[in-house]
Design a protein around this ligand. Structure first.
Ligand code: SF4
Ligand code: MSK
Length: 635
């Protein structure tokens, strides 16, 4: 079968896509087909509706309009549109970080009793980075100060975001020289909106440079705050075994899918699912218990910390409902398809929104508040249990596919695993790269998109990287895709790994593909890169490292922000489909070529995942050569 002509490479998803046809319900691939051909102006980034003299569009063939009514050319229009994408992505991640900081503040003030300080060591580590005195301070007092300090980073007007100091000195110097060190998270996002208002910034390079600054305020700001403060409040992940794919839904249980991105409510929902009264009620209804499973990055959050099973990634959210076995889907924010409401109404599934920022017309809203987390969780689960009566057993069809996985790796834990608890070190990894057993490290992250067969980009790319002795770290929907393909089960991942990679991983006790978390946890990769530089022998800045990044199936604006903060940090990054920039040759050249001279990182666009992996390998080899490292031992 030609893999490019199928909708998904995942067998469980293929079955549910077929079921959608039988049930005569519309899902994302149907809507994608109906949408063809998609707007070429939009794809090229050359339509502008920023002011009411427009909308304007540039003729890509050079025969019609080459300027908007105001005189803006393709460079300005493309750069402005791109900056707005970065701003939205950075805002989404960072607002998530703000919510976590607010929850930590409430917990520290004794106003959110269902949470506690779960990781006092990290609390102290972060307090020290913020310049807060830690000696003799109680956890709650310290947590309050850390939360307030983190919240202040959003509204800060001048100086530098504190976590920028965690980057290698050389990398920081590059940012300072260019004037792109982020000042305050909200400030950079607001400035994006100001600069892209009609008649403000018309210099595409100046516009893109502010994009780098804004993206840095996400990666080294909002996202990093989300990760670190979640670890303080909910505990740092540890390597943990679990299962993935739609087969984790259980026919004889009340099934609840938690979907979105934020961990605060879903963590407590997991706790509430063990409530004796709710379990008794579930048994009275004929169910064995309550089965909580995750979708998208909420899944990654509770997988990493609690080992909760994962039902699927972005393109499986509708497929879970199609099993007919989901009593309730609880959503928070981001990557939740508006289509869920209509689809749920074709089944017995109750959709519940929980964030004041994300409501759906006609859908029941039970608002989350950290002060009443357990009470709210129980009330949501009670609805799920009650809804078990409404399940139509004749319509239930759960694919049997599940896969074992190990998740739960962090930038703090990997060196402990490698070096032992008392001599935490990255040295064996650095030595492996220097000796030529390990070629380098790649981060493969991001979404699914119906413009490429579901999971094909992630899994094909990762196998190619492993075969070439590249250690892979994964997050987000990519992590889930690779887990379904067995690549997070060390035994099967080793089968795909080259000899050198296998030797290093077996010697230090880590699998060749490391799941480091959700989308905001891409910040863990930034910290890992910084620590590897600090360990020595591989250059002075992140841009010196033999590393590369990729988002082979990207779809969201958050992916654009992530891509830009990796590029700004010095990482060569491949996107599976182009960002909407091809309508401006200047902007395209700037981000796929000239940026490398300026920040050390740049983008490439390549749809074929094998070719994309080869571009990453070529870049890694270029860095190895610049560092004068040994030739690869076995190739
Ligand atoms: Fe057209 Fe310029 Fe207004 Fe954009 S800002 S819609 S290009 S007139
Ligand atoms: S959930 S941003 S589809 S990775 Fe983080 Fe997945 Fe992309 Fe959403």
């Amino acid at each position: 079968m030609d893999k490019m002509n199928i909708k998904s490479v995942d067998a469980a998803s293929q079955k549910m896509i077929e079921k959608a046809k039988v049930d005569n319900v519309e899902i994302v691939w149907d809507r994608y087909d109906i949408m063809q051909p998609q707007c070429g102006f939009g794809q090229l980034g050359i339509c502008c509706r920023i002011c009411n003299m427009g909308p304007c569009r540039i003729d890509p063939f050079g025969e019609g309009a080459q300027k908007g009514v105001c005189g803006a050319n393709a460079d300005t229009i493309v750069a402005r549109n791109l900056l707005r994408m970065i701003a939205t992505g950075a805002a989404a991640h960072s607002d998530h970080g703000r919510d976590i900081a607010e929850a930590l503040l409430l917990a520290s003030e004794g106003k959110a009793h269902d949470y506690s300080i779960s990781n006092p060591d990290k609390l102290r580590e972060i307090a020290l980075i913020y310049g807060i005195k830690v000696e003799g301070r109680a956890d709650l007092e310290l947590a309050r100060e850390v939360a307030l300090r983190a919240l202040a980073e959003f509204g800060q007007q001048a100086e530098e975001l504190r976590f920028v100091s965690r980057a290698p000195e050389k990398t920081q110097e590059t940012w300072r020289r260019l004037g792109i060190v982020p000042r305050g998270i909200d400030r950079e996002v607001v400035e994006c909106l100001h600069r892209t208002h009609m008649g403000v910034d018309n210099d595409y390079k100046n516009i893109i440079l502010h994009g780098l600054r804004t993206a840095l305020s996400d990666g080294w700001g909002g996202s990093m705050i989300a990760t670190e403060l979640s670890d303080i409040l909910l505990g740092s992940p540890q390597p943990i075994r679990s299962k993935v794919n739609l087969g984790v839904l259980k026919e004889d249980y009340v099934n609840v899918v938690v979907h979105g991105h934020e961990p605060t409510l879903s963590e407590v929902v997991v706790q509430a699912s063990q409530d004796p009264e709710l379990l008794k009620l579930a048994r009275e209804k004929g169910a064995q218990g309550i089965n909580i499973v995750g979708m998208c990055c909420t899944a990654n959050e509770i997988l990493m910390r609690k080992g909760i099973h994962v039902a699927g990634n972005f393109l499986q959210q509708e497929l879970a409902i199609l099993t007919g076995a989901v009593e309730l889907m609880m959503v928070d924010v981001q990557c939740i398809m508006p289509a869920l409401a209509g689809l749920a109404s074709c089944f017995h599934t109750e959709l519940i929104t929980t964030s004041p920022k994300a409501k759906f017309p006609g859908v029941t809203h039970i608002e989350f508040s950290p002060q009443r987390a357990l009470e709210i969780s129980k009330s949501i689960l009670k609805r799920a249990v009650d809804n078990f009566d409404n399940r139509n057993k004749a319509r239930v069809s759960i694919p049997e596919e599940t896969m074992d996985l190990i998740a739960g790796f962090t930038a703090e834990d990997i060196p402990k695993i490698i070096g032992g608890r008392y001599r935490s070190t990255w040295k064996p990894v650095n030595d492996g790269i220097i000796s030529g057993r390990l070629r380098g490290i790649a981060g493969v992250v991001g979404c699914n998109n119906p413009n490429i067969p579901h999971d094909l980009g992630h899994t094909t790319m990762v196998k190619e990287l492993l075969r070439n002795d590249v250690l892979v770290v994964v997050t987000g929907c990519s992590a889930i895709a690779n887990a379904k393909a067995g690549l997070l089960a060390p035994e099967s991942a080793f089968e795909s790994a080259g000899r050198g990679l296998r030797e290093i991983c077996e010697a230090v006790g880590i699998p060749p593909v490391l799941h480091v978390g959700s989308c905001v946890d891409n910040s863990r990769i930034l910290i890992a890169c910084s620590k590897i530089v600090e360990e020595g022998g591989l250059g002075k800045g992140i841009s010196d490292l033999p590393v590369a990044g990729a988002a082979p199936e990207w779809m969201s604006e958050k992916a654009v922000s992530i891509g830009f903060y990796f590029v700004a940090s010095g990482v060569f990054t491949v996107f599976g489909t182009p960002q909407p920039v091809l309508g401006s040759q200047n902007v395209t050249d700037f981000i796929t070529d000239e940026l490398e001279e300026i920040v050390g990182g740049k983008f490439a666009f390549e749809a074929d995942p094998i070719k994309a992996a080869q571009l990453m390998i070529k870049h890694i080899d270029k860095k190895r050569k610049e560092l004068r490292l040994n030739p690869m031992m076995y190739q």
